[in-house]
Ligand binder design. Structure first.
Ligand SMILES: [Fe+2]
Ligand SMILES: [Fe+2]
Length: 156
């Protein structure tokens, strides 16, 4: 990713760290998807393993969101490019709903014992969650990239 930084106004190390977490989130998503995709009936061990992965993902995501909200990158993006304001508001509003989606998924799997129906429900629920998270991170990357890349002519 090619980005131009203005070191007097932002901390590129922290920003790079957050963008790196987006790549790590993708790895989490792939791991959970692979665990859900196995073509055999679920047993208690597999349900437990997926629950553990989802809980880990939730913790990771919560910390990630908190860093983003604390980091000031979104505000800084707005300061640099005021037209990003509504995009930033939308991106930040995604955070609580994404966590809620994971909570719902964990409840589904908690109640599901090892029935195929519940496993399928969790698989579909996770696919929807993954799509939402990927779209969220894509929008967020776009906001940060636009906000911080001063050398591009981004006129609409
Ligand atoms: Fe985010
Ligand atoms: Fe993010």
């Amino acid at each position: 990713m090619h980005m131009m930084y203005s070191p007097d106004r932002i901390d590129p190390v922290i920003l790079g760290h957050i963008l790196g977490q987006h790549r790590e989130l993708h790895a989490h998503l792939l791991a959970v998807r692979a665990a859900l995709a196995e073509d055999e009936p679920p047993d208690a061990q597999r349900v437990g393993a997926v629950r553990t992965m989802l809980t880990g993902l939730r913790d990771y995501l919560k910390a990630h969101f908190e860093q983003e909200e604390r980091g000031g990158f979104m505000e800084e993006s707005i300061a640099r490019m005021p037209r990003l304001s509504s995009a930033v508001q939308q991106v930040m509003a995604d955070h609580p709903s994404l966590l809620a989606e994971l909570d719902t998924l964990l409840e589904t799997l908690a109640m599901c014992d090892t029935s195929l129906e519940a496993w399928d429900e969790a698989t579909h629920g996770f696919a929807a969650f993954a799509d939402h998270l990927i779209a969220h991170e894509r929008n967020e990357n776009a906001v940060v990239q636009e906000g911080y890349n001063e050398d591009l002519d981004l006129a609409d």
